[in-house]
Design a protein around this ligand. Sequence first.
Ligand code: ZN
Length: 438
Amino acid sequence: MTSEPGRTARLLLLPLVLWLPWLPHILGQNVVPFEYHNYSQLTQVLEFHQNHSDITHLYSIGQSVQGRELWVIAISDNPTVHEVGEPEVQYVGNIHGNEVIGKELLLHLLEDLTGGYGENETISRFLNSTRLHILPAMNPDGLEGSFEGDCYSSIGRGNALNYDLNRNFPDKFEENTHPIQPETRAIMNWARTIPFSLSAIFHGGAMVANYPWDNTPLGQDGPSIYSRSPDDDIYRHLALTYSENHGSMYQGDVCSGDFFEDGISNGADWYPLRGGMQDWVYIHGDCLTITLEVSCCKYPTEDQLRDHWAENKNSLIELLLQAHRGIKGQVFINGTDTPVPDATVTIGDRGNSFHTTSAGEFWRILVPGQYSVTVSKAGFSSETRTVTVPSNLTFSAAIEDFYLVETGTSSAPNASVPSLTFIITSTLICLLKVETDL
Ligand SMILES: [Zn+2]
């Protein structure tokens, strides 16, 4: 028989018991334990942060084949909106369902950033001037089919239809005939919605920071060769930033059988692949994107999670800060405050161009030096300016606004008025281009 005081004590304790799982967070301690999170546990962590923080915004970019949400949590001082001039950064984990360390690192990063906001000067400044979007698990169906301790198999690598999502994107160098999967399409639509300027995709099974191109003009069945992108210098810098701030990656020989000088590698120099995500996001998102292999074992035992977090924590933060290197600005119609969207921003003779957003914004992450920057758009006179990118200081992006003069013509000077046939044909070609682009 229970005494009346005992019952009273139990009733008083009940709310405390209900809150016990979240008590450490309330006390400012870790709420994300060093334990694996399956899809529903991951969802709980994200929902908790959505409900208990003013600087997070939880949203879904679509569903997996089996209907699981592809959760993204945005972190920023104003997490629901794009703020003009502020770079958007993307971290994507678990594209291969059985490569799980990235997913766990991203949950700990989320906790670190939300806990550090208002406490840590660098984190506060970063979140006040940037929006980070974390997609912890791009392949939740594969995750649910994989298992702890499986270092080498491919069980759970693909999505529910067994498509490898990192071979599923339209390719720059050769045709990719694989049908585009829902998870892939969600990423593609997401990249078209938000003007990301920096992205990292997390894998496991090796220890290296890998950068474009992943494929070569010879195709994925060709030899391993260095496939240099126009932004090779800044890509090497980004990869080194991760490697050198990591607990061991820079050593290059962490996993048996592998050697990567300084812990970095050009994608195709390791091995070429067709349909990779980083090449697509780089080209179509105007976004510098690297691939991070963060564990020799794809699904290590749980007791190793704490060490993985300790090794990666500084790298994760330092890479984020690179979003504020180089130059950024807005393009306006001269003499007005009207932005010029879809203008091209070209650096020297790199041969690739990034495009301004609907607010005329652009970001170009660059290593320190002098650059010739050209901004152009049909119907306007182009402008070229020499810009100095300061040395490696945090939050050092040079702000360079451009003012273009309207020339009144939107095509080549000798172009005649287009005929109706030309317009219809052009429209069809554009539609076809969009279709193949999808
Ligand atoms: Zn992988």
